[in-house]
Design a binder for this molecule. Structure first.
Ligand code: NAD
Ligand code: 89Y
Length: 339
């Protein structure tokens, strides 16, 4: 049995709890230290997961610990300094989405970790949800033939603001927070996109950013896709946090419907995700994907290959986010390569 990779988690907030549960389930990793600048959150999380060594300052942690990797679970403003610090410390890095607030920051972060010769994975987990992964496997196996159309739709009225109050505050909301995942699924299914057009709306008057976005993408391979997301959709039944998928190809079509029901080239499949012992509905779909992406990271480090959502790969997803905001602001189709 190989030795586990020794790691630390920076950020002990809302979502890091899932990441820590997943690490505890993975024998290939051992989290030995935690860091959060909020001492109360730090102490509470350390006690919950039985992690003895804690730091309120990431620099102090890197100076004191011998780590193989760090898992950065903070919000976007701290990503660049923390990723660059991790690169200087010479450790592998996982960083939560959104990876960066500008393309310039993102490129610098990728470069820093590349120069250190380490692995950088963006925690872009939606493409690892088991139902979504099944669809990706079907498309990549060629079971639908040449794909010419796709739609990935995330429409919900779920209150995400109570758990993540910062989402109501930013000038940007749904594309940067949630659409980023859905755009990443589109890339995983149809390849990189060359052109994008978007419209946005804000329906909820209590938030600052857009909560509805509709995007049209042209992909390099020739497929056209529609990525639409909304947190202003009061649907019954509520489907949070499911991404519904429609794909048409030259040999067949598939539909991933609400309730994780897939109708495709292999008949009707029930893709209900498992409820992990530490998970809770309706988040269990996302929570399982956290375990799967973190396992993927360990596999990639062991094999010396880049993760699917490496930092370099994620530049393409971030470019789509930027393209969507630009397109909505200027009411025009945007050439993604120019960003
Ligand atoms: P949060 O505010 O609840 O937690 C972030 C924590 O990081 C806080 O406790 C804060 O004190 C700490 N922190 C911030 N800067 C720090 C620094 N420089 N050093 C040490 N600690 C620092 O936020 P959250 O809701 O847990 O979200 C964290 C990230 O996870 C966000 O980028 C969010 O978009 C992402 N997220 C991802 C998913 C997913 O499915 N991939 C789901 C939810 C949130
Ligand atoms: O922050 C978001 C994410 O990454 O997944 C769902 C979410 O928690 C709210 O939109």
């Amino acid at each position: 049995m190989p030795q586990p990779l020794i790691g630390a988690v920076i950020g002990c907030g809302f979502f890091a709890q899932n990441q820590l549960h997943a690490w505890a389930d993975l024998p290939g990793a051992k989290i030995v230290a935690l860091c959060d600048r909020d001492p109360a959150r730090l102490a509470e999380t350390a006690a919950r997961f039985g992690i003895a060594r804690t730091y309120t300052d990431a620099g102090a942690m890197f100076a004191a610990e011998r780590l193989d990797f760090v898992d950065i679970a903070t919000t976007v403003a701290s990503h660049r300094p923390l990723v660059e610090m991790a690169a200087r410390a010479g450790v592998h890095v996982i960083c939560q989405k959104p990876f960066a607030s500008t393309m310039q920051d993102a490129r610098a972060m990728v470069q820093a970790v590349e120069a250190a010769g380490k692995t950088l994975m963006v925690h872009e987990n939606f493409r690892w949800q088991s139902a979504v992964r099944r669809v990706i496997d079907i498309v990549r196996a060629g079971d639908l033939g040449e794909v010419f159309f796709g739609r990935i739709s995330f429409r919900s009225g779920y209150d995400v603001f109570s758990g993540q109050p910062y989402l109501a505050e930013g000038k940007r909301f749904i594309i940067e927070d949630l659409g980023i995942h859905v755009l990443d699924i589109a890339r995983a299914l149809f390849g990189d996109a060359t052109r994008l057009a978007a419209t946005t709306r804000r329906i909820n008057p209590a938030i600052n950013g857009e909560d509805v976005a509709t995007m049209l993408l042209t992909h390099q391979g020739g497929a056209t896709s529609v990525v639409d997301c909304s947190y202003a959709t009061r649907r019954v039944p509520e489907t949070f946090p499911e991404s519904l998928i429609e794909i048409d190809g030259s040999k067949g079509s598939l539909r991933l419907e609400a309730g994780y029901r897939l109708i495709g080239p292999h008949g009707v499949e029930d893709l209900t995700p498992p409820l992990l012992p530490w998970a809770s509905k309706p988040w269990h779909n996302i929570q399982e994907s956290v375990l799967l992406i973190q396992r993927h990271f360990l596999d990639c480090v062991a094999a010396g290959v880049p993760p699917e959502t490496s930092g370099a790969d994620n530049l393409q997803t971030l470019a789509l986010v930027e393209a969507a905001y630009l397109s909505a602001a200027e009411a025009r189709m945007v050439d993604v390569a120019l960003l």
